[in-house]
Structure formats: structure tokens, C-alpha cells
Design a protein around this ligand. Structure first.
Ligand SMILES: C[S@@+](CC[C@H](N)C(=O)[O-])C[C@H]1O[C@@H](n2cnc3c(N)ncnc32)[C@H](O)[C@@H]1O
Length: 224
């Protein structure tokens, strides 16, 4: 965990809640329990803490897909939560948006947005077997990479369900690349998947003010 003295009370609350709830060894059952309890106030807590990941993700997808193609592109929102990314994509002209989200409480709120077609109640990292292979033009994941959430092997699942030529866009807090033990290997794993010919790097960049004023990282890859 890093220093919080410069944060507003709302930012500190949002920032510390992550470290309180989630650790590298947090079980899937605990993740579900936490989000089921958190679902009613999740959006409010995150946004008052300055979370912009859903916007960063939607803007990145928008910038990569020409306007006249958006209505026909199949998009999978992974770790979709309450559906903030889908709402933003829908307002940008995307019409075929599916969601993968393991927590029922979050899914209920996502359902209420009315912008998603299929919903997979599923974890990424165990094969995500209910999701067909080579099915999506764009896979987007905002805020799904944190302690106890999507394991590194979840990246392999992302590649499997994305069409050859399709895009994978992952946005996450930059500090998790060194604070979360497993993610210290994330860059190497991504590189090894490129060396094996599964995908190719399009761009990796940092954005400011991703959450509580801290930087985010955006990974953009094209599946081969
Ligand atoms: C911080 S929320 C992000 C939600 C949403 N994408 C957003 O930007 O507001 C993380 C979500 O990841 C889900 N999650 C946790 N572990 C997961 C896994 N292994 N695979 C997919 N989703 C997971 C949680 O249930 C939770 O809804």
C-alpha cells in the first residue's frame, strides 16, 4: 500500500477499501461475498474516490473502432461489475455488448442498465468454458486486474474468446503491477504469449487520474 495523506477522505476510503477486502490469496467465494455486499454502493464509492477506469476503457475502445462499424462489433466486457463500461460503450454507438461477471449482486445491477445482451456468470482464469472461442471483435476489461481477481492465466482465456484480428483492451491501476505479487509476472506472461504467436502488442501506455489521482495502465493487444 502507498501513502494516502494527499487524498481526500472519499479517495482514502475508496483506496483503503480495496486493500481491506482483497489480497493475493482471497478466495473466489470471498470475492463474491464482498461484491454481493458492496454492489448497492459500489458505483458511488468508486466514483467518489475518483475512479475513471470505465471511462478510460470505453474511450479507448471508441478510439480503436471506426464509427460506422461500432453497431456490428461484438464486444465482451470482462469483470463487468455493475455495467459502467457497457453504458459508456452503448452511448458511443456499440450495440452488441455481452458481459462476463461472476457476482450475482453486481450482475443484477448490470442487467438493469439494459445495454447488455448475453451475460456469462463466470470467473476468468479457470477456462471460462461457457464463453465460445473466437467470438468477440473486442474484449475490454476495466478494473478486473487486482489482488484476488483475474489471475494471470485469465489472459489466456481472454485470447481464446477473442476473434483472430480482434482487440483486447485491459485497463488497471499501475501500482498493482508491483504491489500485487502475481502481477509482477504479468508483463513477462504477456510477452511470452506474443513470442508464442497468440497476440501482438499494439500499444501500452499510462493514463493519469485513473483512481484516487493515481496512474492507470492501458494494455492494447491484437489477437493473431
Ligand atoms: C473493481 S470491479 C470492476 C467493475 C467494472 N468493470 C468497472 O469498471 O466498474 C471488479 C469486478 O471483477 C469481478 N471479478 C472478480 N474476479 C474475477 C474473475 N476471476 N474473472 C472475472 N471477473 C472477476 C468482480 O466480481 C467485480 O465485479
Amino acid at each position: 500500500m502507498e501513502k494516502t495523506a494527499h487524498m481526500t477522505p472519499d479517495e482514502r476510503n475508496a483506496y483503503l477499501s480495496n486493500f481491506e477486502y482483497f489480497h493475493s490469496g482471497t478466495s473466489q467465494e470471498q470475492v463474491i461475498k464482498t461484491y454481493n455486499q458492496w454492489a448497492p454502493t459500489y458505483v458511488e464509492t468508486l466514483r467518489s474516490g475518483g475512479y475513471t477506469g470505465y471511462l478510460v476503457a470505453a474511450e479507448e475502445v471508441e478510439s480503436r473502432v471506426p464509427e460506422d462499424q461500432r453497431h456490428s462489433q461484438r464486444v465482451l466486457d470482462v469483470a463487468a461489475g455493475t455495467g459502467s463500461v457497457g453504458v459508456e460503450l452503448s452511448s458511443r454507438g456499440f450495440k452488441l455488448i455481452d458481459a462476463l461477471e461472476p457476482c450475482e449482486g453486481m450482475l443484477e445491477r448490470l442487467e438493469a442498465t439494459g445495454v447488455y445482451t448475453k451475460k456469462y456468470k463466470e470467473f476468468l482464469g479457470d477456462g471460462a468454458k461457457s464463453v465460445p472461442s473466437d467470438a468477440y471483435d473486442v474484449l475490454v476489461c476495466a478494473g478486473g486486474m487486482l489482488a484476488g481477481h483475474i489471475p494471470i492465466k485469465g489472459i489466456d482465456d481472454m485470447i481464446r474468446v477473442t476473434k483472430p484480428g480482434g482487440l483486447i483492451i485491459i485497463v488497471m491501476r499501475t501500482e498493482f503491477l508491483h504491489l500485487v505479487e502475481e502481477y509482477k509476472e504479468l508483463g513477462c506472461h504477456m510477452d511470452s504469449l506474443q513470442e508464442k504467436g497468440y497476440w501482438t502488442k499494439v500499444e501500452v501506455k499510462k493514463v493519469s487520474n485513473y483512481f484516487t489521482g493515481k496512474d492507470g495502465s492501458v494494455f492494447i493487444y491484437r489477437v493473431l
